[in-house]
Design a protein around this ligand. Structure first.
Ligand SMILES: [Zn+2]
Length: 327
């Protein structure tokens, strides 16, 4: 039976329940753990995080279990022992990621690393463990640097991620779906099937007009509607916000066109942001509080909702075996 790596060990994919496929326990820029203005005590972090995870766990009950995929990766505040304690105490399965949010958040140590070195790092974190925690990564994060254009380091990380995904069977998710042409070329050259890649943030406000999401879907990539809730209707919306109705309509277009298997959805919220104030009023629970009711109101049936939040992410996160060897 297919299994998925969580911070507390491998679990059968069929037992993940409802999956929020791109979230953050706490994301911060490298160095923010020492920032004096935004530094948080452990008590503050638990106080901000536990109620959100408990509410998420309760809402997921009808689906059997709750799974939270942390998209933070290396260098951006990933804290595995903390994730393990949160998971133990709230019952939420937490999947940690290896990889990097983007080339421009990789510290110089990794910035200078070769493709082989980076691939070995991702494989080690996925098959042996992250540091000395014993927790294995369940997914690999990659991303496009600031400026919406792939930089040389981004390309090196994407290639290393493709090799590690083939070697380990875990999937990849991306920060941003813009400039996808070089990414798809790399995945093709390495022989990685594109359904192992979730092209993230295809739905955000600043990507519109730049992201070729239908084209990516035609190539076989999965499309991330994973910034649900960053609505311009928020009291203080972020620069990547988008009108709520417009994002929903974009998503519904896929469902109406029979492309449900091409999409995955999440909120990309921070339970407790690190080194920045975060976006007030936005949590993973948007999925239950706003999105699911909106989908039902739009006539989307329960089977489709279960497919989007249970079956498709279970398939995506399952550790696969690839029979062929490449390069
Ligand atoms: Zn994210």
């Amino acid at each position: 039976m297919a299994r998925v790596n969580t911070v507390l060990g491998a679990v059968p994919a069929a037992e993940l329940g409802f999956v929020a496929v791109h979230e953050h326990i706490g994301y911060g820029m490298p160095g923010s753990e020492l920032d004096t203005q935004w530094w948080k005590t452990p008590e503050q972090r638990y106080e901000e995080t536990v109620p959100k995870l408990r509410a998420f766990h309760d809402s997921c009950r009808p689906y059997g279990a709750a799974t939270f995929v942390d998209a933070t990766g290396i260098c951006n505040g990933r804290d595995i022992p903390y994730y393990q304690s949160l998971s133990e105490k709230t019952g939420v399965h937490i999947v940690a990621s290896t990889g990097f949010v983007g080339g421009d958040t990789a510290l110089p140590f990794f910035e200078r690393a070769s493709v082989d070195y980076l691939a070995d790092q991702f494989v080690h974190e996925t098959t042996v463990g992250i540091g000395s925690t014993g927790a294995k990564a369940g997914i690999i994060k990659v991303g496009v640097s600031r400026g919406f254009q792939m930089k040389e380091l981004d390309l090196r990380i994407y290639r290393a991620a493709a090799r590690a995904a083939l070697a380990t069977g875990v999937p990849i998710f991306t920060h941003l779906a813009v400039n996808a042409e070089p990414a798809i070329e790399i995945f093709g050259e390495e022989g990685l099937p594109l359904d192992r890649v979730l092209f993230g943030h295809a739905d955000d406000g600043i990507s519109q007009g730049l992201v070729r999401d239908r084209w990516i879907a035609e190539q076989g990539g999965r499309i991330g509607f994973d910034t649900f809730g960053y609505d311009l209707e928020l009291p203080d919306p972020p620069f990547w916000g988008r009108p709520r109705a417009e994002r929903l309509e974009h998503f519904l277009g896929y469902l109406r066109d029979g492309l449900v298997d091409s999409v995955l959805a999440s909120a990309d919220a921070n339970c407790s942001p690190l080194g920045w104030p975060g976006v007030k009023g936005h949590t993973v629970n948007y999925l239950f509080e706003v999105l699911l009711p909106a989908l039902r109101e739009a006539g989307i049936d329960e089977d489709t909702i279960t497919r989007i939040f249970v079956d498709l992410p279970a398939d995506f996160l399952s550790i696969k075996t690839f029979s062929h060897t490449h390069h």
